[in-house]
Design a protein. Structure first.
Length: 215
């Protein structure tokens, strides 16, 4: 029975965090572009979705993960985090890479324009969330070398994750080419649910436990 639950959870996770973004992309009414551009779009959508899914591979989701070994869950959490943080770090370059195969503005000029567009609220959100994402990756990779206890690091990591997801989701919905209504609803539900799980673990539960202790 335990193995069946593990399989069901794994299949559900794949369908939700990979299948749904690809389905929304396929059913969207956005005009199709070149194979390269659409491939990069799908890669970015799935990477962002899997980053949102990180909330559900953490201690905050113990109820759903109780049938899974903690060591394996942590392993998957780290693997997905490192791989897809690396992919999303390349997101600004994905935007200009197709310029190498098109006439007009050069990739270099397009990239400079992109990172200096401070009058665009969506671009500024993207820059800030990109920086926070890099900080998340570095503080995770070098966790054991940081002057914090594991408990303190975990709280910092959770807070940074919430800020990143809020800003990155806002950026995606502000500028995302494929952010139609179904995709927006998906992002809001998944991101919102993940944030609530985290807040429940680090804020709501401790408050209730503290109140019960005083009583």
């Amino acid at each position: 029975m335990d193995n069946k639950i593990k399989v069901y959870n794994s299949v559900a996770a794949i369908l939700i965090f990979i299948g749904l973004p690809v389905l929304f992309w396929a059913l969207g009414d956005v005009p199709r572009r070149t194979v390269l551009k659409e491939s990069l779009s799908i890669l970015t959508l799935v990477s962002f979705s899997l980053m949102l899914g990180q909330f559900y591979l953490a201690r905050s989701n113990q109820r759903m993960l109780k049938e899974h070994k903690a060591v394996k869950v942590i392993k998957w959490h780290k693997a997905i985090g490192y791989i897809f943080v690396a992919v999303l770090m390349l997101h600004p370059f994905f935007i200009v890479i197709p310029r190498y195969f098109e006439s007009g503005v050069s990739p270099k000029d397009a990239f400079i324009t992109l990172i200096t567009s401070f009058n665009s609220f969506g671009v500024v959100l993207g820059m800030i969330s990109w920086g926070i994402m890099v900080l998340l990756g570095l503080t995770s990779f070098f966790r054991k070398k940081l002057p914090f206890s594991y408990k303190t690091w975990r709280v910092i990591h959770g807070c940074l994750s919430i800020v990143f997801v809020v800003l990155a989701s806002w950026h995606a919905m502000n500028l995302g080419r494929h952010m139609d209504m179904p995709m927006r609803i998906f992002v809001l539900i998944v991101a919102g649910g993940g944030i609530l799980l985290l807040l429940n673990t680090y804020l709501i539960k401790p408050i209730f436990l503290k109140n019960d202790h005083h009583e």
